[in-house]
Design a binder for this molecule. Structure first.
Ligand code: ZN
Length: 273
């Protein structure tokens, strides 16, 4: 099942999982907010069952899309297995919202007044292994001379603090917008009416794109952050549709990233295969 929420609470798991690690694709998929699992030692983190299923705890649907993209592209996928309210793997370890005390409008009382020792423990157990696993894979690929394009996969809530978000998909770039622009060109080449958010629902300026910046910009890789609105991917049909579309468009973007004009040309010729 795509959404087996309840089984995630408390179950013992490694902090990070690698799927299809030997995949032949140049694309490497990373999913920071894949799981709402709260490790046993943290109980329910003071949250209700409903709160644990909400976007404040994870990115619903994102892992399902990432799994299907991994299959379609034959791409390695690295994902966290821990609720972002325990520790947020898409934040630098020195940031104030690494272990949030409030998420949107929900107070996370169990995180208030944490000792530095507890903070360091969570970094060591959950945050560091996730990033070390990405580093190890990227190091190995570099050593082997393999092409690598980093894709981080997220989902976002349709309404945030009362404001509706109109984009079914948003693309966020780091220092170099080239690959992200090529992906946008490919998506619009298939569907000119698609409302693709550009650095929406937020941008790297908001300090919420650590994985993209650290591993993508940090290594000078082509990279992008994909955000899909939850309501697009709550059912398997939507997950499959987005995985199909993104798999096609990522390949087009890879071929066309030398220039946006070329990408649009490639995209338009592929509109009616
Ligand atoms: Zn996310």
């Amino acid at each position: 099942m795509v959404h087996d929420h309840s089984a995630h609470v408390g179950r013992s798991q490694p902090p990070v999982l690698v799927v299809n690690g030997e995949g032949a694709s140049p694309f490497i998929l990373a999913c920071d907010h894949a799981s709402n699992r709260i490790p046993e030692e943290y109980g329910d983190l003071g949250l209700t069952p409903v709160q644990r299923l909400m976007h404040i705890a994870w990115d619903p649907g994102a892992l399902a899309v990432a799994h299907e993209l991994s299959e379609r592209l034959d791409a390695p996928l690295i994902h966290s297995t821990v609720c972002r309210l325990v520790i947020d793997c898409n934040r630098a370890s020195d940031k104030h919202d690494l272990i949030p005390v409030v998420s949107e409008r929900t107070d996370i009382a169990a995180n208030v007044g944490l000792s530095d020792a507890e903070r360091q423990k969570r970094i060591a157990k959950y945050h560091a292994p996730f990033h070390a696993t990405i580093d190890a894979m990227l190091d190995a690929r570099k050593a082997a001379g393999l092409e690598t394009i980093l894709i981080t996969v997220h989902s976002f809530t349709p309404v945030y603090k009362g404001a509706p978000r109109p984009w079914p998909i948003g693309l966020i770039h780091g220092t170099d917008p080239t690959f992200t622009g090529a992906l946008r060109g490919a998506l619009l080449g298939e569907d000119p009416d698609l409302n693709v958010g550009w650095n929406e629902p937020y941008s790297a300026m908001n300090g919420v794109t650590y994985t993209l910046e650290h591993h993508g910009d940090g290594r000078g890789l082509d990279a992008t952050m994909i955000e899909i609105r939850h309501d697009e991917i709550l059912e398997h049909a939507g997950v499959a549709q987005w995985a199909d579309r993104l798999a096609r468009c990522l390949e087009i973007a890879r071929g066309g990233r030398a220039g946006a004009a070329k990408t649009e040309l490639l995209g338009s010729t592929r509109r009616h295969p």
